[in-house]
Design a protein around this ligand. Structure first.
Ligand SMILES: [Zn+2]
Length: 285
Protein backbone atom coordinates (compact mmCIF):
# COMPACT_ATOMS: atom_id res chain seq x y z
CA UNK A 1 0.00 0.00 0.00
CA UNK A 2 1.38 3.43 -0.83
CA UNK A 3 2.19 5.49 2.27
CA UNK A 4 0.33 8.50 0.85
CA UNK A 5 -3.00 6.73 0.61
CA UNK A 6 -4.54 8.62 3.53
CA UNK A 7 -4.83 11.56 1.19
CA UNK A 8 -5.81 9.51 -1.86
CA UNK A 9 -9.34 10.02 -3.10
CA UNK A 10 -11.12 10.52 -6.36
CA UNK A 11 -14.34 12.45 -6.87
CA UNK A 12 -17.37 10.93 -5.15
CA UNK A 13 -15.42 8.12 -3.58
CA UNK A 14 -14.53 7.47 0.05
CA UNK A 15 -10.78 7.78 0.81
CA UNK A 16 -8.84 4.53 0.62
CA UNK A 17 -8.54 2.55 3.86
CA UNK A 18 -5.67 3.55 6.14
CA UNK A 19 -2.60 1.29 6.39
CA UNK A 20 -3.41 0.85 10.07
CA UNK A 21 -6.94 -0.36 9.26
CA UNK A 22 -5.60 -2.79 6.68
CA UNK A 23 -3.09 -4.18 9.16
CA UNK A 24 -5.84 -4.51 11.79
CA UNK A 25 -7.98 -6.29 9.23
CA UNK A 26 -5.26 -8.73 8.15
CA UNK A 27 -4.41 -9.73 11.72
CA UNK A 28 -7.86 -11.31 12.10
CA UNK A 29 -7.86 -13.23 8.82
CA UNK A 30 -5.54 -16.15 9.51
CA UNK A 31 -4.07 -15.19 6.10
CA UNK A 32 -7.09 -16.76 4.43
CA UNK A 33 -9.89 -15.52 2.19
CA UNK A 34 -12.92 -14.75 4.37
CA UNK A 35 -15.33 -16.73 2.19
CA UNK A 36 -16.61 -19.82 4.02
CA UNK A 37 -14.59 -22.90 3.04
CA UNK A 38 -11.97 -20.98 1.02
CA UNK A 39 -8.36 -21.19 2.18
CA UNK A 40 -6.82 -19.02 -0.54
CA UNK A 41 -3.90 -17.10 1.07
CA UNK A 42 -3.95 -13.30 1.26
CA UNK A 43 -0.18 -12.79 1.46
CA UNK A 44 2.13 -15.26 -0.30
CA UNK A 45 5.48 -16.62 0.90
CA UNK A 46 7.21 -13.65 -0.81
CA UNK A 47 5.21 -11.20 1.30
CA UNK A 48 3.09 -10.08 -1.66
CA UNK A 49 -0.57 -9.23 -1.08
CA UNK A 50 -2.40 -11.45 -3.56
CA UNK A 51 -6.00 -11.00 -2.41
CA UNK A 52 -8.48 -8.13 -2.60
CA UNK A 53 -10.06 -5.78 -0.13
CA UNK A 54 -13.82 -5.76 -0.50
CA UNK A 55 -16.10 -3.00 0.83
CA UNK A 56 -19.21 -4.45 2.48
CA UNK A 57 -20.98 -1.18 1.64
CA UNK A 58 -19.32 0.32 -1.46
CA UNK A 59 -16.81 3.19 -1.36
CA UNK A 60 -18.50 5.04 -4.23
CA UNK A 61 -22.01 5.56 -5.65
CA UNK A 62 -22.87 2.82 -8.15
CA UNK A 63 -20.71 0.27 -6.32
CA UNK A 64 -22.21 -2.86 -4.73
CA UNK A 65 -24.35 -2.22 -1.61
CA UNK A 66 -23.61 1.51 -1.64
CA UNK A 67 -25.22 3.24 1.32
CA UNK A 68 -25.71 6.99 0.68
CA UNK A 69 -26.23 7.77 4.35
CA UNK A 70 -22.93 6.22 5.47
CA UNK A 71 -20.01 8.57 6.25
CA UNK A 72 -16.74 8.32 4.32
CA UNK A 73 -14.96 7.44 7.56
CA UNK A 74 -17.31 4.49 8.13
CA UNK A 75 -16.87 3.41 4.50
CA UNK A 76 -13.08 3.19 4.81
CA UNK A 77 -13.04 1.66 8.33
CA UNK A 78 -11.92 -1.93 8.83
CA UNK A 79 -15.43 -2.80 10.11
CA UNK A 80 -16.67 -2.20 6.54
CA UNK A 81 -13.87 -4.20 4.91
CA UNK A 82 -13.47 -7.85 4.11
CA UNK A 83 -10.47 -9.59 2.55
CA UNK A 84 -11.37 -11.99 -0.22
CA UNK A 85 -9.52 -13.88 -2.93
CA UNK A 86 -10.10 -12.53 -6.44
CA UNK A 87 -12.73 -15.15 -7.29
CA UNK A 88 -14.79 -14.50 -4.18
CA UNK A 89 -14.45 -10.74 -4.57
CA UNK A 90 -15.93 -11.01 -8.05
CA UNK A 91 -18.70 -13.33 -6.80
CA UNK A 92 -19.49 -10.96 -3.93
CA UNK A 93 -20.57 -8.34 -6.48
CA UNK A 94 -23.78 -10.37 -6.79
CA UNK A 95 -25.70 -8.21 -4.32
CA UNK A 96 -28.78 -10.47 -4.45
CA UNK A 97 -26.87 -13.30 -2.84
CA UNK A 98 -24.25 -11.24 -0.97
CA UNK A 99 -26.30 -8.72 0.96
CA UNK A 100 -24.80 -6.45 3.63
CA UNK A 101 -26.09 -8.85 6.32
CA UNK A 102 -24.63 -11.93 4.63
CA UNK A 103 -21.21 -10.27 4.24
CA UNK A 104 -21.24 -9.05 7.86
CA UNK A 105 -22.01 -12.61 9.00
CA UNK A 106 -19.17 -13.96 6.83
CA UNK A 107 -16.78 -11.39 8.31
CA UNK A 108 -17.86 -12.11 11.89
CA UNK A 109 -17.52 -15.89 11.53
CA UNK A 110 -14.16 -15.60 9.76
CA UNK A 111 -12.65 -13.24 12.32
CA UNK A 112 -13.97 -15.31 15.24
CA UNK A 113 -12.25 -18.35 13.78
CA UNK A 114 -8.83 -16.65 13.93
CA UNK A 115 -9.27 -14.53 17.07
CA UNK A 116 -6.85 -16.74 18.99
CA UNK A 117 -4.20 -16.98 16.25
CA UNK A 118 -3.38 -13.51 14.94
CA UNK A 119 -1.71 -13.35 11.53
CA UNK A 120 1.05 -10.73 11.37
CA UNK A 121 2.24 -9.79 7.91
CA UNK A 122 5.97 -9.14 7.96
CA UNK A 123 6.08 -5.34 8.22
CA UNK A 124 9.88 -5.22 8.55
CA UNK A 125 10.34 -6.42 4.98
CA UNK A 126 7.95 -3.78 3.65
CA UNK A 127 9.53 -1.04 5.74
CA UNK A 128 13.11 -1.86 4.74
CA UNK A 129 12.16 -1.84 1.06
CA UNK A 130 10.39 1.51 1.51
CA UNK A 131 13.49 2.96 3.22
CA UNK A 132 15.81 1.70 0.49
CA UNK A 133 13.58 3.17 -2.25
CA UNK A 134 13.36 6.57 -0.53
CA UNK A 135 17.14 6.67 -0.01
CA UNK A 136 17.85 5.91 -3.67
CA UNK A 137 15.58 8.72 -4.92
CA UNK A 138 17.05 11.17 -2.41
CA UNK A 139 20.47 10.36 -3.91
CA UNK A 140 19.18 10.88 -7.45
CA UNK A 141 17.65 14.22 -6.49
CA UNK A 142 20.91 15.33 -4.87
CA UNK A 143 23.05 14.20 -7.82
CA UNK A 144 20.78 16.02 -10.28
CA UNK A 145 20.31 19.25 -8.33
CA UNK A 146 23.60 19.71 -6.41
CA UNK A 147 26.32 17.58 -8.00
CA UNK A 148 25.59 18.03 -11.71
CA UNK A 149 28.79 18.50 -13.75
CA UNK A 150 27.21 21.13 -16.05
CA UNK A 151 24.40 22.73 -13.99
CA UNK A 152 23.45 25.27 -16.70
CA UNK A 153 22.33 22.64 -19.20
CA UNK A 154 21.14 19.89 -16.91
CA UNK A 155 17.85 18.12 -17.62
CA UNK A 156 15.78 18.37 -14.46
CA UNK A 157 14.81 15.05 -12.88
CA UNK A 158 11.68 14.92 -10.73
CA UNK A 159 12.65 12.28 -8.15
CA UNK A 160 9.05 12.17 -6.84
CA UNK A 161 7.51 11.34 -10.23
CA UNK A 162 5.32 8.25 -10.19
CA UNK A 163 5.39 5.63 -12.95
CA UNK A 164 2.04 7.00 -14.18
CA UNK A 165 3.27 10.57 -14.40
CA UNK A 166 6.48 9.44 -16.15
CA UNK A 167 4.38 7.69 -18.78
CA UNK A 168 2.27 10.85 -19.23
CA UNK A 169 5.47 12.90 -19.63
CA UNK A 170 6.79 10.46 -22.22
CA UNK A 171 3.56 10.80 -24.23
CA UNK A 172 3.91 14.60 -24.09
CA UNK A 173 7.54 14.41 -25.27
CA UNK A 174 6.53 12.07 -28.08
CA UNK A 175 3.88 14.57 -29.18
CA UNK A 176 6.58 17.27 -29.22
CA UNK A 177 8.79 14.97 -31.29
CA UNK A 178 5.89 14.62 -33.76
CA UNK A 179 5.70 18.42 -34.09
CA UNK A 180 9.46 18.63 -34.69
CA UNK A 181 9.23 15.88 -37.27
CA UNK A 182 6.40 17.71 -39.07
CA UNK A 183 8.57 20.84 -39.16
CA UNK A 184 11.47 18.78 -40.55
CA UNK A 185 9.18 17.44 -43.28
CA UNK A 186 7.96 20.95 -44.13
CA UNK A 187 11.51 22.30 -44.37
CA UNK A 188 12.41 19.43 -46.74
CA UNK A 189 9.39 20.42 -48.88
CA UNK A 190 10.60 24.03 -48.99
CA UNK A 191 14.20 23.14 -49.87
CA UNK A 192 13.92 23.02 -53.72
CA UNK A 193 12.33 26.50 -53.86
CA UNK A 194 14.83 27.97 -51.38
CA UNK A 195 17.82 26.60 -53.31
CA UNK A 196 16.32 27.89 -56.58
CA UNK A 197 15.74 31.37 -55.07
CA UNK A 198 19.37 31.47 -53.87
CA UNK A 199 20.66 30.48 -57.32
CA UNK A 200 18.57 33.27 -58.90
CA UNK A 201 19.95 35.74 -56.37
CA UNK A 202 23.50 34.63 -57.19
CA UNK A 203 22.83 35.40 -60.85
CA UNK A 204 22.77 31.88 -62.30
CA UNK A 205 20.86 31.06 -65.46
CA UNK A 206 18.46 28.30 -64.32
CA UNK A 207 17.60 26.60 -67.60
CA UNK A 208 19.93 23.66 -66.90
CA UNK A 209 19.00 23.51 -63.21
CA UNK A 210 15.26 23.36 -63.98
CA UNK A 211 15.98 20.62 -66.48
CA UNK A 212 17.11 18.29 -63.68
CA UNK A 213 14.14 16.04 -62.94
CA UNK A 214 13.37 13.47 -60.24
CA UNK A 215 16.43 11.98 -58.56
CA UNK A 216 18.77 14.09 -60.72
CA UNK A 217 17.99 17.02 -58.42
CA UNK A 218 19.01 16.09 -54.87
CA UNK A 219 16.87 18.84 -53.32
CA UNK A 220 13.70 17.05 -54.47
CA UNK A 221 12.36 14.63 -51.84
CA UNK A 222 15.24 15.61 -49.56
CA UNK A 223 15.57 12.91 -46.85
CA UNK A 224 12.15 11.56 -47.85
CA UNK A 225 12.83 7.94 -46.78
CA UNK A 226 14.41 8.98 -43.52
CA UNK A 227 11.59 11.35 -42.59
CA UNK A 228 8.67 9.24 -43.79
CA UNK A 229 9.84 5.67 -43.21
CA UNK A 230 12.80 5.62 -40.81
CA UNK A 231 11.64 8.09 -38.16
CA UNK A 232 7.96 7.28 -38.79
CA UNK A 233 8.51 3.62 -37.97
CA UNK A 234 10.63 4.44 -34.95
CA UNK A 235 7.85 6.72 -33.71
CA UNK A 236 5.24 3.95 -34.19
CA UNK A 237 7.37 1.45 -32.29
CA UNK A 238 7.82 3.87 -29.39
CA UNK A 239 4.05 4.43 -29.25
CA UNK A 240 3.34 0.68 -29.06
CA UNK A 241 5.99 0.18 -26.33
CA UNK A 242 4.58 3.09 -24.32
CA UNK A 243 1.04 1.72 -24.54
CA UNK A 244 2.28 -1.69 -23.38
CA UNK A 245 4.29 -0.14 -20.54
CA UNK A 246 1.18 1.75 -19.45
CA UNK A 247 -0.76 -1.54 -19.12
CA UNK A 248 2.11 -3.27 -17.28
CA UNK A 249 2.52 -0.46 -14.76
CA UNK A 250 -1.23 -0.39 -14.04
CA UNK A 251 -1.20 -4.18 -13.52
CA UNK A 252 1.58 -3.81 -10.95
CA UNK A 253 -0.22 -0.94 -9.23
CA UNK A 254 -3.37 -3.01 -8.95
CA UNK A 255 -1.42 -5.91 -7.44
CA UNK A 256 -0.12 -3.68 -4.65
CA UNK A 257 -3.41 -1.83 -4.14
CA UNK A 258 -6.25 -4.12 -5.26
CA UNK A 259 -9.02 -1.93 -3.82
CA UNK A 260 -8.04 1.08 -5.94
CA UNK A 261 -11.01 1.41 -8.30
CA UNK A 262 -9.41 4.27 -10.24
CA UNK A 263 -6.45 2.07 -11.20
CA UNK A 264 -8.80 -0.81 -12.03
CA UNK A 265 -10.89 1.37 -14.35
CA UNK A 266 -7.87 2.86 -16.09
CA UNK A 267 -6.33 -0.60 -16.52
CA UNK A 268 -9.53 -1.91 -18.14
CA UNK A 269 -9.57 1.06 -20.51
CA UNK A 270 -5.85 0.84 -21.42
CA UNK A 271 -6.04 -2.96 -21.84
CA UNK A 272 -8.96 -2.70 -24.25
CA UNK A 273 -7.14 -0.04 -26.28
CA UNK A 274 -3.92 -2.06 -26.40
CA UNK A 275 -5.71 -5.29 -27.37
CA UNK A 276 -7.43 -3.40 -30.17
CA UNK A 277 -4.12 -1.80 -31.21
CA UNK A 278 -2.37 -5.20 -31.22
CA UNK A 279 -4.49 -6.15 -34.25
CA UNK A 280 -3.80 -2.97 -36.12
CA UNK A 281 -0.35 -1.60 -35.23
CA UNK A 282 1.82 -1.11 -38.32
CA UNK A 283 5.33 0.10 -39.02
CA UNK A 284 4.34 3.58 -40.16
CA UNK A 285 1.21 5.40 -39.01
ZN1 LIG B 1 -11.82 -17.16 -1.68
Amino acid sequence: MPASQDTTRSKGRAPDPRNSDIRALLIRTGNQCAHPGCSHPLVNERNQFIAQICHIEAAAPGGPRYNPSMSDEARRASSNLLVLCYRHHVESNDTGQYTVEVLRDIKRAHEAQFAATPFTPDASVVESIAREVAEYWRNVDHANSSEHIVPEIRIEIDADATAQSLIRSLWAELDRLDLELDELARSADRLPQEVRDALVKAGYELGTWDGLIGPENPTHNWNWEWINLGIGTLRSRIRVLLEQLDVRVLELELLTDPSNERVRERLAERRAAFLDGARRCVMVD
